[in-house]
Write a protein that binds this ligand. Structure first.
Ligand code: IVH
Length: 667
């Protein structure tokens, strides 16, 4: 063949085909030697004819040696997590609940493995991989396309036909057991720290800055979720089969089920059978198959209502308690920690485990030197779940909870109705102050690079930063005077601080460490109040009118702002130029539905019920659950209950369909 362009194209197709057989189908169709020869020939031709180079050529999978930090990109659809449970009964309950929420319609359930790796979102345009983004904070993540390209089972150019012009596919990047063991053996030999489990190894590997090193580690990826418009099918199962035909390694275990008994049987089977799989799994996932039904079921703030994860029971180990220490967190909560004789537990060595709170210590009736059961569930921190009392030494003393703060000596207080003991010395207790600084600079808050746990402690110990507002007064000479800083690292911190001035208001609110105000709460508050002054002027009662803000959060907010030192901090942050209000594009869309009460009923095609609720509120209207004389409109979808329809008709309420509603608000 004399035409180099054609030869290059033939070689690329052949190599892609062999890669797919080898990495996806696990059935090699060519010897390693012949494969290497083809790859070499392609490499030579590409070097000789650089004008025919293509960033997606299989020769680029080895990765280049360029070292650089990752860019971040927003997710087109937020990457949520799954609601999870350890109980079969709760999975059954999920099936019941879904049945009811779908007004008794039939539905198929797909059972899959829950792969224990790190999730990835891939964007394809015109059949080509254009971007790979990690989960990050769910709304945006690191762009790791170059690293992902080194995973040979991921198609760079799709095969077959029928893919949408643009779509997203999500899956789990994982390190198969074999590669994990090999990697750890290598690391142990080099006296490098070994990875606790394949999940840590996979996410650590994906964040390596050198794609060539990534290529060497042997990552793999299974795909389990497709998103976008014009997908090939109206159900999850068929979409995944289509993805398989385009070259993806789709989760090989996907069972279509219709009944609770099939679901239970699936759980029983895989509980043990999973141990034979080549990759780590930590549970099973059950999904409603129909996309239309998924849309109608919608989402909670954190997870889809159309899926649930069943987690396999944790593994446990027995070991001896050395002593219990008491640690003070950012919010002053005292956590008892069991310090243990090191023990091996599902792939990690455990030395410390949480004892949670005073009630748990009491109910465990734990004594000094006890032999205890340690478990590792879904949480990162293992916990003590029981005591082998038969092994207790005679005369061993009961472990008692401290009554004063181990850091500052203040008398501890117990929050009414809660198990936690708290050190009340909020503004004087060092670990609380340092914890707040650490939280403030964290990635999901102000994202100030270069300050971690140790630096926060150092800045506090040196007296330079005793509250979060002090960060904005830091200077280059001050930082350089500290042991830890050289010019580059000091500059990086100051740049990070400077950049944080543009961090949106909702993240600043979360960063403040107002007790009980989490990430979601901060978002809701920011969107409802729009600026800090409005928020600060509101009473607890007014605050509870905001969606999802209960009296506990509301009171915590008013207490926070009633404290003069906090108000001072806010003023100093304002002067430093931080974002104290929402940008105008996030404000209310219109007041076109002002004063209108709208009831939503039935199932919809364009948007989920939750989205319609949001749209009503963003346009000044109110969503109500039941029809009354006060109802202005009934937003009616398919399969609406006849009783509702009759009531609406008899009260003369205007019934609108989703198209009418959308054109109303888009006027
Ligand atoms: S579906 C909207 N299917 O579990 C959620 N997730 O807690 C769509 N995971 O972030 C996810 N195996 O990283 C789905 N078969 C599977 C999965 C799976 C593992 C992970 C994924 C996700 C997390 C959810």
């Amino acid at each position: 063949m004399n035409d180099p362009r054609q030869r290059i194209s033939v070689l690329r197709d052949e190599i892609n085909r062999h890669n797919h057989s080898y990495y996806v189908l696990n059935s090699p169709t060519i010897s390693d030697f012949d494969f290497d020869m083809m790859l070499k020939e392609l490499e030579t031709l590409e070097k000789q004819y650089p004008e025919f180079d293509d960033p997606l050529s299989p020769t680029h999978r080895v990765g280049s040696d360029i070292n650089r930090q990752f860019d971040q990109a927003p997710h087109i659809h937020p990457m949520l997590s799954l609601g999870n449970t350890y109980s079969i009964d709760e999975v059954d309950e999920f099936v019941h609940r879904t049945h009811q929420a779908l007004d008794g319609q039939d539905f198929d359930i797909i059972g899959e493995m829950k792969y224990d790796g790190t999730s990835i979102s891939l964007i394809y345009e015109k059949g080509r991989l254009v971007r790979a983004v990690t989960r990050g904070d769910g709304e945006k993540g690191d762009v790791v396309t170059d690293n992902i390209k080194t995973i040979r089972s991921i198609p760079l150019q799709l095969t077959g036909s029928g893919w949408p012009e643009m779509f997203e596919i999500r899956g789990e990047v994982l390190l198969p057991w074999e590669a994990f063991d090999r990697l750890n053996a290598e690391r142990a030999y080099q006296e490098e720290p070994i990875f606790a489990n394949p999940r840590n190894a996979a996410s650590g590997t994906l964040k390596l800055l050198n794609p060539a090193q990534v290529a060497h580690r042997g990552l793999d990826a299974y795909f389990y979720y497709m998103l976008g418009e014009n997908l090939p099918a109206d159900n999850h199962y068929d979409n995944m089969q289509a993805a398989r035909s385009w070259g993806f390694k789709v989760a090989p275990i996907m069972s279509v089920m219709h009944s609770i008994s099939e679901v239970d049987e699936f759980i029983r089977h895989w509980d043990t059978a999973r141990k034979e799989l080549p990759v780590a799994t930590d549970g099973l996932v059950f999904k409603v198959n129909s996309l239309r039904q998924q849309l109608n079921l919608g989402y909670t703030a954190k997870s889809p209502r159309w899926a649930i994860a069943y987690k396999f029971p944790a593994e446990r180990a027995l070991t001896q308690l050395r002593f219990v220490s008491f640690e003070v967190g950012r919010t002053g909560v005292i956590t008892p920690v069991a310090n243990l004789e090191p023990v091996q537990l599902s792939g990690t060595i455990v030395k410390r485990a949480s004892l949670h709170n005073a009630d748990i210590i009491q109910s465990l009736d734990i004594h000094d030197g006890d032999i205890v059961y340690v478990e590792k569930g879904g949480e990162i921190i293992p916990k003590i779940t029981g005591v082998d009392t038969s092994a207790r030494e005679a005369g061993a003393k009961t472990v008692t909870f401290v009554s004063t703060c181990p850091a500052c000596g203040s008398l501890l207080q117990r929050i009414e109705g809660e198990a936690a003991w708290i050190c009340p010395n909020k503004y004087g207790c060092p670990p609380q102050i340092v914890g707040r600084i650490e939280h403030f600079v964290g990635r999901r808050m102000m994202n100030i690079d270069g300050i971690g746990e140790e630096t926060a402690q150092l800045l506090y110990d040196s007296g330079l930063v005793t509250d979060i507002a002090d960060l904005y007064d830091l200077t280059m000479p001050q930082l350089m005077s500290l042991d830890r800083f050289a010019e580059t690292s000091a500059r990086r911190v100051l740049q990070g601080i400077d950049d944080s001035r543009n961090v949106p208001f909702e993240r600043l609110l979360f960063a403040l460490s107002i007790p009980f105000v989490g990430e979601t709460g901060a978002k809701k508050l920011a969107r409802a109040t729009l600026d800090i002054d409005t928020l600060m002027s509101m009473t607890a009662e007014q605050l509870t009118a905001i969606d999802d803000i209960g009296s506990k959060i509301a009171e915590s907010i008013t207490e926070y702002f009633s404290c003069e030192s906090n108000r001072n901090i806010i003023e100093r942050l304002r002067k430093a130029g931080l974002q104290m209000s929402m940008p105008s594009e996030d404000l209310q869309r219109s007041d076109i539905l002002q004063g209108k009460t709208i009831v939503i009923s039935g199932t919809f095609i364009h948007n989920s019920r939750d989205r319609y609720k949001e749209l009503i509120e963003q346009n000044g209207g109110r969503n109500s659950g039941s029809i009354s004389r006060k109802t202005d409109y009934l937003l009616a979808g398919d399969n609406m209950g006849p009783a509702k329809l009759e009531k609406a008709t008899s009260l003369g309420i205007q019934i609108i369909d989703e198209d009418t509603f959308l054109s109303m608000i888009n006027k």
